[in-house]
Ligand binder design. Structure first.
Ligand code: FES
Length: 245
């Protein structure tokens, strides 16, 4: 975690994976005369909040050549690329924005609500999902892991294509949550559910899900989830269960 009062900016490949992220644009090309340490490692900075009119999240099979957003950050994911965006001004031509990101030769399944500024697009090439794009006036509330998994999911029948823009699993399907244990592919929601079922120690989670039983680098995070689950307030649905009739 970053210390309060300090700013961290990655030094390598920034222009490849995010817009306006090259730290060397901010700092002077000077080094400490004695140690040779570059100014980028220790320079006073001031930060200001970027006020976004629209936020976006996309999962794309191919990395787009151009991303028309004021701020973006892109990273490789299973089956393609995941992209976070923020727009200073809400785009007025959604179709061309999606075309720039996913290509113009795609077939679209779309949900558009101009009144609330919420737009969702699923892009198909032949019968294969080639990307989804989600836009909203607030940070996009979509299960990232679920959206990424759709790139590798079996092709959907034409009548079911809109389910790719739901942003979360359908009835009966499981959202594993963000991956916590990379060794065994176990997600945060799976661990939280196991805690609710009575696995309240890291070793109990390991026995139930294998999480944490190989390299061990996820154990601290597993411990945090256990702690959070045990101290969180019950949801209204859970409260209803214990209220006498
Ligand atoms: S990441 Fe969980 S055991 Fe390695």
């Amino acid at each position: 975690r970053q210390q309060p009062g300090s700013v961290f900016v990655p030094m390598h490949w920034n222009d490849q994976y995010a817009s306006r992220a090259r730290v060397d644009v901010l700092v002077g090309a000077v080094v400490d005369p004695i140690s040779g340490q570059p100014a980028s490692k220790n320079v006073p900075v001031r930060i200001e909040r970027f006020v976004a009119a629209t936020y976006g999240f996309a999962v794309l099979r191919r990395k787009p050549a151009n991303i028309p957003a004021a701020y973006w950050a892109i990273a490789k994911c299973s089956g393609g690329w995941r992209l976070e965006m923020a727009f200073a001004v809400a785009p007025d031509d959604w179709a061309s924005l999606v075309g720039e990101l996913a290509g113009t030769d795609v077939q679209l399944a779309a949900y558009c609500d101009a009144e609330t500024g919420r737009y969702r697009f699923a892009c198909y090439e032949e019968d294969q999902l080639s990307g989804t794009v989600f836009l909203a006036p607030e940070p996009v509330a979509v299960s990232r892991d679920w959206a990424i998994a759709q790139l590798s999911a079996p092709n959907l029948a034409r009548g079911k294509r809109t389910s790719a823009i739901a942003g979360r699993p359908g009835k009966g399907a499981v959202d594993r949550g963000a991956t916590v244990c990379a060794c065994f592919g176990v997600g945060a929601n799976e661990i939280a559910s196991a805690v609710e079922r009575g696995c309240t120690t890291v070793s109990a989670i390991g026995e139930a899900l294998q999480a944490g039983t190989n390299c061990g680098s996820c154990r601290a995070e597993i411990r945090n989830i256990i702690e959070l689950q045990r101290t969180r307030a019950p949801t209204s649905a859970e409260r209803k269960l214990v209220v006498p009739a």
